[in-house]
Design a protein around this ligand. Structure first.
Ligand SMILES: Cc1cc2nc3c(=O)[nH]c(=O)nc-3n(C[C@H](O)[C@H](O)[C@H](O)COP(=O)(O)O)c2cc1C
Length: 248
């Protein structure tokens, strides 16, 4: 049995959570990186004996559209699959059911689902430092429960039809300290950044914040006023620590 982590993680929070779980099942899980804009996912080989983890962040209570369309290229071949949705302590709404529907369409057998919390990639004051030691312990325990389990998952929370997807509308721009190294354009999951002038195509940009995280000079910025307004709007919802959840 091989353990395979299929992960979309623009800024690394989802990846951290996925690795905590995957490492409980195998010393060296295979990784399929759904944020790689150059990969041909139809070439991924999954067999019925594999134990698969599909992990994505929640963007506006939905799974990121690009992650879903890339996942759809992978044939599940009846492999057991655990879904992991990672969110920034506001809410994950319909993310897990959308992932469930897609995984089933791919031919995976969904055995479990997890909603986990990681630092908010736009407003890092929310869920700062998570996953932390308490999360690590809890996620490890979930991984052990899933490994011992037989049969498909029962009920996963979320609504069908899913809530309307809406973009965050935050398009990072380079400032004067940009040294044109190209790291942003190279690693953008949707190739939205012009490799010559490093501006992002606002229609293609998914506001995932990867370019800001990758920039070695901290030269990419979003509109601070828009972020402050968004932070205020979700302050109440984010004020209480949300716990991780396991659905078996
Ligand atoms: C465009 C966008 C939308 C987001 N929407 C939500 C949301 O609806 N609810 C929430 O709790 N967190 C939300 N977040 C926070 C992310 O789900 C969270 O930070 C996640 O860990 C990011 O994953 P990553 O580090 O793998 O990129 C959003 C982040 C981004 C970039």
């Amino acid at each position: 049995m091989n353990v395979v982590e299929i992960v979309f993680s623009p800024t690394g929070g989802t990846e951290k959570v996925a690795h905590i779980i995957g490492k409980q099942w195998s010393e060296k899980p295979a990784i399929i990186d759904l944020s790689d804009a150059k990969a041909d996912f139809s070439k991924c080989k999954i067999t019925e004996q594999d134990m698969v983890l599909v992990a994505m962040p929640s963007f506006g209570g939905r799974a990121p559209a690009v992650a879903i369309s890339r996942l759809k290229q992978i044939a599940g071949n009846g492999a057991k699959c655990t879904l992991v949705c990672v969110y920034g302590n506001r809410a994950y709404e319909d993310t897990l059911v959308e992932m469930e529907d897609t995984a089933k369409e791919c031919g995976f057998q969904v055995v479990a689902a997890i909603a986990a919390v990681a630092e908010h990639s736009i407003m890092p004051q929310y869920a700062a430092g998570r996953p932390d030691a308490t999360d690590q312990k809890q996620l490890t325990d979930y991984a052990n429960q899933i490994a011992d389990k037989a049969g498909i998952v029962s009920a996963i929370p979320g609504n069908r039809p899913y809530k309307k997807a809406g973009g965050a509308g935050l398009v990072p721009k380079p400032d004067k300290s940009c040294v044109k190294c190209g790291a942003c354009a190279e690693t953008c999951p949707v190739h939205a950044i012009d490799p010559v002038n490093f501006t992002a195509d606002s229609k293609a940009c998914i506001s995932c914040m990867r370019c800001m995280k990758q920039c070695p000079k901290n030269a990419r910025k979003v509109n601070g006023m828009m972020v402050s307004v968004a932070a205020l709007a979700i302050k109440k919802a984010c004020s209480v620590r949300k716990e991780n959840e396991l659905f078996l």
